[in-house]
Design a protein around this ligand. Structure first.
Ligand code: EPU
Length: 447
């Protein structure tokens, strides 16, 4: 689906869609299976490109992967783990950052690991210094080579005390995936405690790990000699749910997101209500709608959990262009996550970006020349435009803007959206969006 999407905007999204397992959990649970001596089974797996990428990478390392995309079940048998060819890893990893999380499990299983240069969305520098420092602290030898990074653990991996400079999701996962089979005790302070991390801890506990989480962001892991497989159903994708909720709001629509769950979305729901959106939590999902009248401007700061997720920010900003007054959004997780607003300005939105920390506490990016605060003045009608998708969440936000705008927009590069939004074309159709996809060959497929 590397085509051009034509979007005839101005129609409220209405109907029901389903969200399945969280992209940012499923990929990690799949990596965790590498640590087991037995096969694992993961359910509620979405059909997204990141899952394919990790399945391929696991396959390259000798894991037997069986995937039933329709049923959302993936089974992973790691009994014959082996080293993969460098060129193959590079080819399959694509733009994913997941390979960095293979390091700990591969060091345990094979005594060495290799990772290529990492990709991921272009929303900041996205360094891997925390990851490499953590692995070194466990006793790994990190050797940077032309093709990527080679790691070995001549003396085995030993538990250690780690303090994160920032509660990084990936670095916390790195520590968990390495510590569970390292010898002795590991103490991780200033850890991330996102729901996806808690679900990963649940998976590791099912495999036989001993992990405790304190109220002060300290996680303690007692290393064990052996881990077995797991059977687990993934928690729902709260980013996807929040994205469709924002789409409902921006288009003055009404969307029931089947599968969305309240506990992981409480912060989002509070904000959604403050902006003037309505929601109804039901047993099997959450209905989000625009109740009519004006939306209200807000002051918002993104943060690590339990704060407002950075990944909810971009779709919500589109809805804020339709709110009455000045909204202020302070992005404190990524230094460069407002690039997508250029296209919104081109569509008629009034958004100014500032280097200063606006509307909240001073963050890591203050006084450092990072454009990480936005002031959005609304409401401004949006006009159709030609748009190029910049990254996953920014791309979905452009799509929302095109759906809310008057006229026909053309959105290029929508393939990126497949990384994290399952069957989004089918879902748009189910919600009554007027969209058509032109394939690369120039054929137009109506959906
Ligand atoms: N950071 C460093 N050094 C490191 C690692 C992180 O400086 O070695 C910094 C980052 O540059 C960033 C901050 O720490 O400023 C937080 O990054 P974190 O490590 O928490 O992010 P991540 O693990 O790379 C995951 C999700 C992101 C999500 C963030 C924050 C996955 C595959 N990705 O990234 O999801 O935004 O946590 O919640 O789990 C997305 O789904 O679109 C996405 C980008």
């Amino acid at each position: 689906m590397s085509g051009l999407l034509t979007v005839e905007g101005g129609t409220p999204l209405q109907g029901e869609i389903t969200v399945r397992g969280a992209k940012n959990f499923v990929s990690k649970a799949m990596v965790a299976s590498l640590l087991g001596e037995e096969a694992s089974e993961l359910r509620n797996v979405p059909q997204i490109r990141d899952v394919e990428v990790v399945a391929n990478l696991l396959g390259l390392h000798g894991v037997l992967v069986e995937h039933d995309p329709q049923a959302g079940v993936i089974s992973l048998d790691p009994r014959n783990v082996e080293a993969a060819h460098v060129a193959d890893i590079d080819a399959y990893a694509g733009s994913s950052r997941i390979p960095i999380l293979f390091c700990g499990p591969l060091l345990h299983r094979l005594g060495e690991a290799f990772i290529p240069d990492l990709g991921g969305c272009r929303i900041g520098d996205r360094p891997i210094d925390y990851h490499l420092n953590i692995l070194r602290q466990f006793g790994a030898v990190v050797d940077k080579r032309v093709q990527g990074i080679h790691l070995s653990a001549p003396g085995g991996l030993r538990g250690t005390k780690i303090h994160l400079p920032y509660p990084s999701v990936g670095a916390t996962e790195q520590t968990l995936l390495t510590a569970v089979r390292a010898s002795g005790l590991t103490e991780l302070s200033n850890a991330a405690i996102e729901p996806e991390i808690m679900d990963l801890i649940a998976v590791l506990q099912k495999m036989g790990a001993i992990i405790s989480v304190d109220t002060d962001r300290t996680i303690r892991i007692e290393g064990v000699d052996r881990l077995d497989g797991f059977r687990h159903s993934a928690l729902a994708d709260r980013i996807e749910a929040g994205s469709w909720a924002s789409a409902a709001l921006a288009t003055r629509g009404d969307v029931f997101v089947k599968g969305a769950t309240q506990p992981e979305m409480m912060t989002f729901l509070n904000t959604f209500r403050k902006v003037g959106g309505a929601f109804d939590v039901r047993e099997d999902g959450i209905r989000f709608w625009h109740p009519g009248g004006d939306l209200r401007s807000i002051v918002l700061e993104t943060d690590v959990h339990p704060g407002f997720m950075t990944d909810w920010q971009q779709p919500l900003v589109v809805a804020l262009t339709q709110a009455n007054g000045l909204s202020i959004v302070h992005e404190t997780v990524y230094e460069n996550r407002f690039g997508f607003t250029d296209a919104l300005r081109g569509m008629g939105a009034t958004i100014q970006i500032y280097r200063e920390c606006l509307g909240g506490l001073e963050c890591r990016f203050g006084q450092r020349n990072f454009n990480h605060s936005a002031v959005i003045s609304g409401p401004t009608p949006l006009r159709a435009a030609d748009i190029e998708v910049p990254d996953l969440r920014g791309g979905f936000s452009h799509l929302i803007a095109a759906l809310a705008a008057e006229g026909t927009s053309r959105v290029r590069g929508i393939d990126i959206i497949n990384r994290g939004y399952e069957n989004f074309m089918d879902k748009l159709e189910a919600l009554g969006a007027k969209v058509s996809l032109a394939e690369a060959e120039g054929q137009v497929a109506l959906v």
